[in-house]
Design a protein around this ligand. Structure first.
Ligand SMILES: [Zn+2]
Length: 375
């Protein structure tokens, strides 16, 4: 008996342990009845505890032994005996979040159908950022309208009810989604807004699922994948993003909705400075070139090291440039010999067309003298 289908707000239950087994992956139990929702239909499994004469064990996961009709298998942190009575308790905050994600998904799927004629083909509710996959390529206007419609459905505070009908009666119900199971089918109705075949856990009213926020959407397998958050998790996301924007706004002495302006200005200034910096580097490299050609080994400011090294590589001969901080570049046919000398001073480096590396602190001047002797 799946008790969660009778009351999705119940958190504790009594049951008898009917079957137990263990393998190298873990310990398992099937109970006479359970509130633990087994992973299915895109909704994650419940977690919680079982208490009994053995003490308390954790329920780490729950799954269906066979799809749709099989027993619910509880994956346990330790083995328990067969035949004993247990009290089970689900992790309620986790379940409530799952019910918010799942009920919101019903609302959003119906809203997407109404707003754009978009059909849901798959869902994922495994993490706070949930997804709905649509058969069609969705347009921006359709998705935004659907988001608004889903939130109207939240504020309309529709009751959510589950009931069973026989396969023959099904034709009388205009379902958004046809059932995946046969025989007696469980239908879930959200006011006059949505009707679908579903075996999952749902909130009492649509209001508890809000807010529903679409985060983004993208082309996916010839259709569209829509990302959304719902309920507490949407509120937490809003909180985190608002806090971030508030911090940034403070740093830029503006308000959060005006942030784009100073950031764009900063980007423009950065690009201008990069250009200026490059021009200065090239100018300095050009000015230092005659001296470098004459002296073969030269102490130069760090920012010009690469630029001057590139220019020297076009001339005949071997050259070494060292920055006061110890970084160096050697170019020319004898750069290998130069590197050997620098290694003798504790330097390290390598490279194909030019040798680059660094000397220990305070060895720059000594290194230049040694290499000048060589060259
Ligand atoms: Zn459902």
């Amino acid at each position: 008996m799946r008790l969660y289908q009778l009351d999705s707000y119940a958190t504790r239950f009594q049951a008898r342990v009917e079957r137990v087994w263990s393998d190298e992956k873990g310990h398992y139990a099937v109970l006479s009845q359970t509130l633990f929702y087994p992973e299915s239909g895109g909704q994650p499994a419940d977690r919680g505890v079982l208490r009994g004469p053995f003490g308390e064990v954790q329920v780490l996961h729950a799954y269906e032994e066979e799809k749709a009709f099989g027993d619910v298998v509880h994956v346990l942190s330790a083995p328990i005996p067969e035949g004993v009575e247990v009290e089970g308790e689900i992790d309620w905050p986790r379940r409530f979040r799952h019910m918010q994600r799942h009920t919101a998904q019903h609302l959003l799927s119906q809203a997407l159908l109404r707003a754009g004629g978009y059909h849901t083909v798959a869902v994922s509710l495994d993490s706070p950022v949930c997804t709905v996959d649509l058969e069609e390529e969705a347009e921006e206007a359709g998705v935004l309208e659907a988001e608004a419609l889903a939130n109207f459905a939240v504020y309309a505070d529709y009751p959510v009810e589950a009931f069973y009908v026989s396969e023959e009666e099904l034709a009388r119900y205009p379902l958004r989604r046809p059932p995946k199971v046969r025989g007696k089918v469980r239908l879930v109705r959200i006011g006059d807004f949505d009707l679908a075949a579903c075996g999952g856990t749902h909130l009492k009213t649509s209001a508890q699922a809000g807010p529903i926020k679409v985060l983004k959407w993208e082309r996916y397998k010839g259709g569209t994948r829509v990302y959304f958050m719902a309920g507490w998790e949407a509120l937490e996301d809003y909180h985190a993003k608002h806090a971030l924007l508030a911090r940034l706004a403070l740093a830029f002495s503006t308000n959060p909705l005006e942030l784009e302006k100073p950031i764009r200005k900063l980007q423009d200034e950065l690009y201008a400075l990069k250009g200026e910096n490059q021009a200065l580097r090239e100018g300095l490299a050009e000015a230092l070139l005659p001296r470098a050609l004459e002296e073969k080994a030269l102490l130069v400011p760090l920012p010009v090291l690469g630029e001057l090294g590139k220019r020297l590589a076009r001339f005949e001969g071997t050259f070494l440039l060292v920055a006061p901080e110890g970084r160096f570049v050697a170019v020319g046919p004898r750069r290998g010999e130069v590197l050997e000398r620098l290694k003798a001073l504790g330097g390290r480096g390598g490279g194909k067309e030019a040798v680059q590396g660094a000397l220990p602190p305070g060895r720059a001047v000594e290194a230049l003298a040694r290499v000048r002797e060589l060259l």
